[in-house]
Design a protein around this ligand. Structure first.
Ligand SMILES: Nc1ncnc2c1ncn2[C@@H]1O[C@H](COP(=O)(O)OP(=O)(O)O)[C@@H](O)[C@H]1O
Ligand SMILES: [Mg+2]
Length: 332
């Protein structure tokens, strides 16, 4: 855990990933125009013109990235091994694999929370590995991130949580921040919770606040690390709908790490399967399935085919009289 202190109002404890993010972004953000015309133009772009199937230049390109960790035993563990991947604008891209496969490490390579030992990471056409610390901080405004445990600032209201990335940027008037926070909360269906604190919210609502916060600086890319793993089935379903809705409305590219195949089936257009730090299979979720190479790939395929079958053959409601039990019928 890291201690993150909001300089103006609140002393707050948050867990490492967002803490690291805030620490890095902290007092230095100056040059990326959050409300700038190009960002706004992208924000309003229509994703239906490109659904992440490869018609445009990739918004994320990983080129032979590699990441190893030194273990306490002195051994070196290869978490991500010479992995290349393109993700296109407007896509909803799933990264799946067993626990320890390297999914979170790969996701964190995309915003350089983990710096690759080798290889290049392009986001929006810029190679992040060549940027100065300051340029990297600015570029990270273009990459939102949400986590399994939400990582909200507990002592800040919903408004202050969502406003936080805009306030530390320091370029916005109060009125602009106010308008943007309300816009983002409306997008996740939480407008009425603006003055509440995280402790007063359900898990699903906390994750929506985290999404609103991640979207506040109008990023091109939203990285999601197991965003539904702490939620029950019903809340998961609602949150996935929200993510899909956001993708369709504003065109933000979503990269989602999950171990839940149903999340891939419901939300993703494309998926990559990781095993032991390697990309072993990649496919479009709705594409014909003859060549699936992995067990996980085949399982996803079964889910997709079942959904298609159910859509083709809707279960007919039985005639009213048949649905009644004999006692009910006796009273007709
Ligand atoms: N900072 C670290 N130091 C040492 N090992 C790490 C570190 N981060 C991740 N690992 C190891 O790398 C492997 C992949 O981790 P991770 O990317 O978190 O996997 P996943 O998200 O697929 O469960 C795991 O075996 C994990 O223990
Ligand atoms: Mg993980």
């Amino acid at each position: 855990m890291a201690l993150c202190r909001l300089s103006n109002k609140h002393a707050t404890i948050c867990s490492f990933p967002f803490g690291a993010f805030v620490f890095i972004l902290g007092p230095f953000l100056r040059t990326f125009a959050v409300g700038s015309a190009p960002a706004a133009a992208f924000f309003m772009s229509n994703p239906s013109s490109d659904t992440g199937r490869g018609n445009a230049e990739p918004v994320i390109r990983l080129q032979s990235v590699q990441k190893s960790f030194a273990l306490p035993s002195g051994e070196v563990f290869d978490a991500v091994q010479s992995l290349s991947l393109d993700i296109h604008p407007g896509d909803v891209f799933g990264l799946i694999g067993k626990s320890g496969a390297g999914k979170s490490t790969l996701l964190r390579l995309i915003n350089l929370l983990e710096r690759p030992d080798a290889g290049k990471v392009f986001v929006g056409g810029r190679d992040l590995t060549t940027l100065s610390r300051r340029e990297l901080r600015d570029t990270r405004q273009n990459i939102g991130m949400i986590f399994q445990q939400f990582n909200l600032l507990q002592n800040a209201t919903v408004f202050d949580n969502v406003a936080f990335p805009l306030k530390i940027h320091g370029r916005h008037s109060r009125a602009e921040i106010d308008a943007r926070v309300r816009e983002c909360l409306a997008l996740v269906g939480l407008a009425e919770k603006i003055d509440t604190y995280p402790a007063q919210l359900s898990g699903g609502q906390k994750q929506r606040v985290a999404i609103a916060r991640a979207l506040a600086p109008r990023p091109q890319v939203l990285l999601c690390d197991e965003p539904t793993s702490a939620l029950d089935t019903e809340t998961t379903r609602a949150l996935l709908e929200t993510l899909r809705d956001i993708n369709q409305k504003i065109g933000v590219t979503i990269v989602i790490v999950t171990h839940e195949l149903s999340v891939v089936e419901v939300l993703c257009r494309n998926v990559a399967i990781l095993e032991k730090g390697r990309l072993v299979e990649q496919f479009a979720v709705d594409a014909p399935s003859e060549e699936r190479q992995t067990a996980l790939g085949r399982e996803i395929d079964e889910l997709v085919r079942r959904r298609e079958r159910e859509a083709r053959e809707p279960v007919e409601p039985r005639p009213t009289s048949l649905r009644r039990n004999p006692e009910e019928v006796a009273y007709v």
